[in-house]
Design a protein around this ligand. Structure first.
Ligand SMILES: CC(C)(COP(=O)(O)OP(=O)(O)OC[C@H]1O[C@@H](n2cnc3c(N)ncnc32)[C@H](O)[C@@H]1OP(=O)(O)O)[C@@H](O)C(=O)NCCC(=O)NCCS
Length: 170
């Protein structure tokens, strides 16, 4: 597989929602359930509309042979004094993980963020046991800036979280 990275707008929103649904329903590491984050296609459509309206926003998919394997969004915060900062969300389809797709998506997104000249800081939250995600983010220059003790509570117990940050131009 040799995926290319494209913008959301090149694809049908339903295809992207199916990909996002796959990621949320197959990943322990996501702090929200699919039905909390995007209960249906309409809620996802509204999120994409809000995302697109923010200057500097980024919304990418990894595509190969007409199929989608990964997505990444960077949502600038809406408050005027915080709009140079943003939050990252990403995921790769179950079965396609560990093949470099996450790295391709994030590398492309960081290039776009730098050239946009709008975004200065990207934040993300990751569960402390999500080794592949933390390794990816650190490889791409994100720093761990705070540990959130017992941030996630599941039937199996508590998990710490990491707040991570990257200065786009560093
Ligand atoms: C986290 C995620 C986006 C990473 O994407 P990916 O395509 O699987 O990652 P890549 O193949 O690009 O690999 C990234 C790094 O993690 C490493 N890695 C992969 N699987 C790993 C594992 N099980 N344990 C430790 N490191 C691992 C890779 O070796 C690579 O490091 P390297 O560049 O030093 O070799 C993807 O695994 C995913 O969607 N997971 C479920 C959803 C999720 O957790 N999203 C993030 C929430 S914050």
């Amino acid at each position: 597989m040799d995926p290319s990275i494209r913008e959301f707008k090149d694809f049908d929103i339903g295809e992207i929602y199916a990909l996002v649904s796959d990621v949320y329903t197959t990943s322990d590491g996501m702090s929200e359930a699919l039905e909390e984050k995007f209960p249906d296609l309409e809620s996802f459509r509204q999120y994409i509309a809000a995302l697109s309206s923010r200057p500097g926003s980024i919304a990418l998919v990894a595509e190969s042979g007409g199929r989608l394997y990964g997505y990444l969004t960077i949502m600038p915060r809406y408050q005027a004094k915080l709009s140079h900062t943003s939050e990252l969300n990403m995921g790769v389809k179950h079965g396609a993980r560990g093949k470099g797709i996450g790295r391709l998506l994030l590398g492309d997104a960081l290039l776009r963020a730098r050239s946009s000249g709008v975004l200065e800081i990207i934040y993300l939250m990751v569960r402390a046991d999500n080794a592949s995600a933390i390794r990816l983010y650190e490889n791409m220059g994100f720093d761990r800036i705070a540990v959130l003790k017992n941030d996630t509570k599941t039937q199996n117990g508590y998990y710490d979280g990491w707040l991570m940050r990257k200065f786009v131009n560093d």
